[in-house]
Design a protein around this ligand. Structure first.
Ligand code: ADP
Ligand code: MN
Length: 302
């Protein structure tokens, strides 16, 4: 569910996900500070006291109690700033059940991990959406595709999400001159995520890396150009600019359209606990993702 302007996402709050988002706001540990940059902005919770029925214009509006009060998370909608968002959800981890699962569920989830790419590689491509630039239409690849493929098919899957177009704009994807720097920047950010996760003592089940990039040629080209310019600034310049920044939110309003975003999402079954160490299955998945991106970059450069 999104708000009317599409900028925010309302998601039913599970205890663990709420606890994770609350903790990442304020925990001063290095891993949390590093990871916060790679999670959607968390604006708080919203309590739905009832369900609206009827019409306010006809004077029949009623708020019916729903019994239990339902709490929801209010998160930044990551695709909102994009004109044509290409979206990929990569489910991380080799273990697909948590402490709360009964024996039956454990057995089913072990089987699912074995029969999909999850157990061997720590990733599963969940659904993805890619705009076809020759038609302007978003093409969805269903969950079943990612569930059916073998580890050896993963490079092909990633290739489908990052198709390359020709310079005339007549074909499916972005031209290489735009796509390659986008891929390289995404790769660099995922390496930072890996670093942060390696310092966190946690278990994550069903969590994902969400990659979104702009399919509109002009916006993508402009976005990555500005991004690269602002990230290769000489240091003195960058410092000067920081002093000028009086109001961060005002600054964001004037920000150019983004070329891409990379975030960790879905902490509904994530626990953070001192002494348990990092989640090795999740780290394996992040490493697989890095390798897949390296492979795609190499193919595009060849
Ligand atoms: P669940 O898997 O429990 O239904 P997720 O948090 O994984 O919930 O969300 C489901 C899908 O919704 C994701 O695969 C992603 O495509 C989209 N999504 C989730 N969070 C965001 C967000 N903050 N901004 C944009 N899209 C999101
Ligand atoms: Mn999910």
């Amino acid at each position: 569910m999104t708000t009317e302007d599409g900028s925010l996402l309302i998601k039913p709050a599970l205890k663990q996900e709420l606890a994770f988002y609350q903790r990442i706001q304020s925990d001063p540990a290095e891993a949390f500070i590093a990871l916060k940059k790679y999670t959607p902005k968390f604006l708080g919770t919203l309590t739905l006291e009832g369900e609206a029925a009827g019409s306010i214009d006809e004077g029949t509006l009623q708020i019916k109690p729903v019994g239990e009060r339902k709490e929801s998370l209010v998160l930044e909608n990551l695709s909102h700033k994009f004109s044509k968002p290409n979206i990929l959800d990569i489910k991380l981890g080799t273990v697909l059940y948590d402490d709360a699962a009964n024996e039956d569920k454990v057995q089913r989830m072990l089987k699912t991990a074995r029969e999909t790419t999850s157990l061997e590689t720590g990733v599963r491509l969940t659904g993805f959406q890619v705009y076809d630039n020759s038609t302007g239409v978003a093409v969805n690849t269903p969950k079943s595709y990612g569930k059916s493929i073998k580890p050896a098919d993963l490079p092909d899957g990633v290739g489908r999400f990052f198709p390359a177009g020709d310079a005339e704009g007549s074909s499916q994807g972005l031209p290489k001159a735009t796509l390659i720097p986008i891929l390289e920047s995404i790769r660099a950010e995922i390496a930072e995520i890996r670093d942060a996760l390696s310092k966190l003592e946690f278990r994550m089940v069903g969590g994902s890396i969400l990659i979104i990039y702009e399919a509109d040629w002009e916006r993508a080209a402009e976005g990555i150009k500005q991004y690269l310019a602002s990230h290769s600034k000489p240091k003195a310049d960058a410092e000067e600019e920081e002093e000028d920044e009086e109001d961060e939110s005002d600054d964001e309003d004037h920000a150019p359209p983004p070329a891409y975003t990379v975030k960790m999402i879905d902490f509904a079954h994530t626990k953070v606990e001192a002494g348990i160490g990092p989640d090795e299955g999740v780290l394996l998945g992040v490493d697989t993702t890095l390798k897949l991106l390296d492979g795609r970059i190499a193919t595009l450069k060849a």
